[in-house]
Design a protein around this ligand. Structure first.
Ligand code: ADP
Ligand code: MG
Length: 253
């Protein structure tokens, strides 16, 4: 496999994302007393039981916990993909708890990037088109966007694959396209749900190295759900969630 991913430097960006807080001390996300219930009546289950959490502008954090402890549920709430049952959610210092769907979608697009365990690339589109998709869904693409998308593909070591469809790429390559796609909107925070969980060890190491580099090069915070203690050991902060509660947080603010 190409070693380009470990040799290509990610340039320091001079154009930070549009929704970074002006005060660097303001967390990107701040949760207070977040609960989440699923079901109703006899099947009601409280999955998140009061989460207080701040994700800082420069965090590179792992979220760990047993299967079923609420990691994905928490990520979906942080990602404005799902609404909490109760509690307060601030994004860049603004209370977004009562935002309507349109406002949440806009805020999500301006602030957040996502990487999932499965790449969720669109099979009919090329690698470059997939990278540019988060921009394309909010506005027409410009030449500068296309150049930016190409730069991201260079930086994930896939410059020669821009016209390939996902089906023509290996699992590791697909996930690197997904990482480039997450970076495309210049998000303040990337939420990654077991991003290396479906990769072999070499692809996993490459994908994680890219996230480390993007954290510095793009001034982007990361919250990475992982079961891999080697990955957690390289994160600057480890948050442990057990049965819907934060049990330990090495970076509590
Ligand atoms: P993790 O990602 O830590 O493995 P999840 O957040 O996916 O855990 O799930 C936590 C708990 O919430 C599990 O018991 C799961 O069955 C339940 N759960 C998650 N999503 C839903 C849903 N949409 N409806 C009902 N229960 C759900
Ligand atoms: Mg999960």
């Amino acid at each position: 496999m190409s070693t380009a991913t470990t040799t290509t430097p990610i340039a320091k960006t001079t154009t930070p994302g549009p929704q970074r807080p002006t005060d660097p001390a303001t967390p990107v996300m701040r949760l207070r007393g977040i609960t989440k219930d699923f079901g109703e009546g006899e099947t009601l289950a409280r999955v998140l039981k009061g989460i207080d959490l701040e994700i800082g502008r420069h965090d590179f954090a792992a979220l760990m916990g047993p299967s079923g402890s609420g990691k994905s549920t928490l990520l979906n709430i942080l990602g404005l993909l799902d609404r909490p049952t109760s509690g307060v959610l601030e994004v860049n210092g603004v209370d977004a708890s009562d935002f309507n769907d349109a406002a949440r979608t806009k805020l999500r697009g301006q602030t957040l990037g996502f990487i999932f365990q499965f790449h969720h690339l669109l099979p009919a589109f090329t690698a470059l088109e997939n990278v540019l998709m988060p921009i394309r869904v909010v506005r027409p693409l410009t030449k500068a966007d296309v150049d930016w998308g190409r730069q991201l593909l260079v930086e994930v070591g896939l410059a020669d694959k821009e016209k390939r469809k996902p089906g023509e790429l290996s699992g590791g390559q697909q996930q690197r396209v997904a990482i480039a796609r997450a970076l495309a909107p210049r998000p303040a925070l990337i939420l990654a749900d077991e991003p290396t969980g479906n990769l072999d060890s070499e692809s996993s190491a490459q994908a994680f190295a890219l996230m480390e580099r993007a954290h510095i090069g793009y001034d982007c915070a990361f919250l990475i759900v992982t079961h891999d203690p080697r990955i957690a050991a390289r994160c600057h902060r480890v948050i442990d969630i057990v049965d819907g509660r934060i049990q330990k947080d090495t970076g509590e603010r």
